[in-house]
Design a protein around this ligand. Structure first.
Ligand code: IPE
Ligand code: IPE
Ligand code: MG
Length: 281
């Protein structure tokens, strides 16, 4: 018996809908230029990275490129890029942003540079509280915090406390941070728990190990950006980046702006994450 013809409405959904990110426009508090706008509206809100991590590199080269004799000028200029990245990630609805601000190895730099970096950090922590609160950003820190001076630790505690009720983006500052140091610190804590009888060695597995890292609740980064073109990890998040997507840009950190972040996210959205599996045969 012939079936009645069913009428099906064909809704056209373009594969590359260039306006899928229009929902973001209302949240942006800066004035966007044409390029930024075009990139932003192309971002797919359904495929955002939850956790973005950035190796903020190239401050020294930026200063040199501009003819400044002091590398510190580059570190100073990099603060604005931090502001832009935090704001832009918050607006997009990225859940966590980990910024590599100072590595355990960076202590080996000249004292003058280390002091300048610590001074800039203190000023950032002090001055940025209103902006962080306005953007609903909560600050946390990863690293060997006890290596930092008492005054830096005091500013850190104050800013973490002041932003603790915020429910938007979590800004995780990696300070005196080393990926190997983090793993060693986790091992030490695990051994302590085993010795005190709180943990049975049989229960140690990858999931449990992760719980001993500095901020397991943030999850592994989906996207790792490195500025200034270096193709190395420099002891950053060694455990967590097992399946993270890498994006390296030649842009030096002080030049990093919204468009660069949007390009990184768009590139990420074009990747196929397989986690070792085969998708479809
Ligand atoms: C990154 O810039 C900032 C820190 C590591 C603190 P650099 O100071 O490493 O700049 P380059 O890599 O020498 O250009
Ligand atoms: C990595 O950059 C550390 C930070 C961005 C804080 P570095 O400039 O210290 O790394 P290398 O020495 O080029 O590997
Ligand atoms: Mg560097």
């Amino acid at each position: 018996m012939p079936q009645p013809t069913r009428r099906v409405a064909i809704v056209k959904t373009p594969v590359n809908n260039p306006h899928k990110g229009e929902c973001f426009l209302g949240k942006v508090r800066d004035e966007l230029n044409e390029v930024e706008r075009e990139l932003l509206v192309s971002i797919d809100p359904a495929k955002l990275p939850h956790h973005v991590a950035i190796i903020m590199d190239g401050n020294g080269r930026w200063a040199k490129q501009r003819g400044y004799l002091d590398r510190i000028r580059g570190h100073e200029a990099g603060i604005e890029s931090v502001r832009v990245a935090v704001r832009a990630c918050g607006e997009l609805g990225v859940k966590a942003l980990t910024l590599y601000a100072f590595s355990v190895e960076n202590w080996k730099r000249p004292k003058r540079e280390v002091d300048a970096l610590m001074g800039l950090l203190k000023r950032f922590l002090r001055d940025e509280i209103p902006e962080l609160n306005e953007n609903n950003v909560r600050l946390v820190v990863s690293g060997r915090v006890n290596d930092l001076s008492e005054d830096v630790r005091a500013e850190l505690s104050r800013t973490m406390e002041a932003t603790s009720p915020n429910t938007g983006l979590v800004l995780n500052l990696a300070l005196s941070y080393g990926g190997r140091a983090e793993i060693v610190d986790a091992v030490r804590a695990i051994v302590e728990d085993v010795q005190s009888g709180r943990l049975a060695p049989d229960n140690i597995n990858e999931a449990l190990f992760s719980q001993y890292l500095y901020h397991p609740e943030l999850g592994d980064p989906d996207l790792l950006i490195r500025t200034s073109g270096e193709m190395r990890v420099s002891n950053f998040l060694l455990w967590q980046i097992a399946y993270t997507e890498f994006y390296v840009t030649p842009v030096l950190w002080p030049d990093f702006r919204r468009a660069d972040l949007y390009r990184a996210i768009l590139d990420y959205q074009r990747r196929e994450r397989r986690f070792g599996e085969v998708k479809e045969v």
